[in-house]
Design a protein. Structure first.
Length: 402
């Protein structure tokens, strides 16, 4: 019996818990890599004497002292966030439920009937009260069975809509492997985008991502590097990649943005500046959480109008202490989220460009995110006969209840 419980505990570590630990390691690796771009001078070459911090004899001495002070604060923030992640993981493990022997046998019989052998079944109710089921499973008679078909069998037994986790392999073969099944969220999403580079450039300074850190969330992120071209593209792309790695590891969007900001400040004597626009949609509860740093307004199209989510703060890379514009909004069936870079609004001549863009969004009857993005971009390009002076990116996400 003791050995059986140990095996079931190992199942949990082979699922999303293990993935989060690996993602945490990758995120810190990415952050450390971002510090490679430092001046050639080494810290020990700074000779400091006198004064509370020694006499700063050169500008580089002062820069290095300030950088070390900022790094200490950043590391402290990182350690605090890591402790929160570990607490959350411990809380997740604490929600392991005892499966009755009768229910376990029912699952095994149902799987066996369809040519599958299941063992070491573990049911978890996570902190959001959603079911997760872990099991060792293999296909019989040398066959291969889709994980989604196995989820259908499990759904019938548990009387809940189950689906394979995003980390599960798509096919079950003749070797035992650990599969995690999760409760299907009630919302689904479709995404689309449109991009246009500044005239004369070969690479856009805007970067974006649609990511699924887990089954229940969609992370939409958009960054606009200072200027345009390869340098701006590198900075915005680095911000998006680090954001994905940190949030996948379990960091909040705010903590991830703060650490990215600290990394940008510490990497160079010259300030590196980039905007960051983050929207995270909960597919179980229907809530949109947003965070904005120096970016353009976002828009949410509902049945009775368009809500404008504006931002009036500074971008990343200016001050160590950052204040983000953030909030939460309840979304409903057929709502549409639109995120843009400032080049889009800059091209709309005249007053109140946000209101003009919102009216256009409301006039588009299509529910296809790609079509909406293309039509918005086409309208913005034709709004002026002047050359395109800044990169433009439009992200669109449509939300539907299943």
């Amino acid at each position: 019996m003791k050995e059986q419980k140990q095996n079931k505990g190992e199942l949990l570590l082979k699922g999303p818990g293990k993935e989060r630990l690996l993602a945490c390691a990758r995120s810190f690796e990415g952050l450390s890599r971002s510090f490679y771009y430092l001046p050639d001078r080494k810290p020990e070459e700074c000779r400091v004497q006198d004064s509370p911090y020694g006499r700063m004899t050169t500008r580089s001495d002062i820069i290095w002292h300030n950088r070390l002070s900022e790094s200490r604060l950043m590391v402290a923030d990182q350690l605090m966030e890591v402790s929160k992640i570990i607490e959350n993981m411990a809380d997740d493990i604490g929600h392991i439920g005892e499966i009755s022997s009768r229910k376990e046998e029912r699952i095994k019989r149902a799987f066996k009937k369809e040519g599958l052998t299941a063992d070491d079944i573990l049911i978890v109710e996570n902190k959001d009260k959603h079911l997760e089921v872990y099991m060792n499973v293999k296909a019989d008679w040398g066959s291969r069975i889709a994980s989604r078909d196995a989820a259908t069998i499990l759904s019938a037994v548990l009387k809940a809509d189950m689906t394979p986790s995003i980390h599960a392999k798509s096919l079950i073969d003749g070797e035992f492997d650990t599969i995690c099944f999760e409760e299907e969220p009630p919302f689904q999403v479709l995404t689309g985008y449109a991009k246009k580079m500044k005239d004369g450039e070969t690479e856009s300074g805007d970067s974006f991502s649609f990511a699924r850190p887990d089954r229940g969330h969609l992370l939409m992120s958009l960054s606009d590097g200072m200027g345009s071209g390869p340098a701006a593209a590198y900075e915005s792309r680095t911000s998006i990649e680090l954001l994905e790695q940190f949030t996948e590891a379990g960091f909040s969007a705010e903590a991830a943005a703060a650490m990215i900001n600290g990394a940008m400040i510490g990497r160079s004597e010259e300030r590196i500046i980039t905007t960051l626009d983050v929207c995270r949609f909960d597919l179980y509860k229907g809530y949109l959480s947003y965070l904005k740093a120096g970016c353009a307004s976002s828009f949410v199209r509902c049945r009775d109008g368009v809500e404008i989510i504006s931002s009036e703060n500074l971008p990343l890379g200016i001050f160590h202490e950052t204040d983000f514009d953030k909030g939460t909004k309840k979304l409903y069936d057929e709502n549409v989220i639109v995120m843009i870079t400032d080049g889009v609004l800059d091209r709309l001549n005249g007053k109140l460009p946000e209101e003009r863009f919102a009216r256009l969004l409301m006039e588009i009857e299509s529910r296809n995110p790609k079509e909406i993005a293309d039509r918005l971009m086409r309208y913005v390009i034709l709004a002026s006969d002047q050359p395109i002076r800044d990169d433009m990116t439009i992200l669109v996400t449509g939300i539907w209840r299943k």
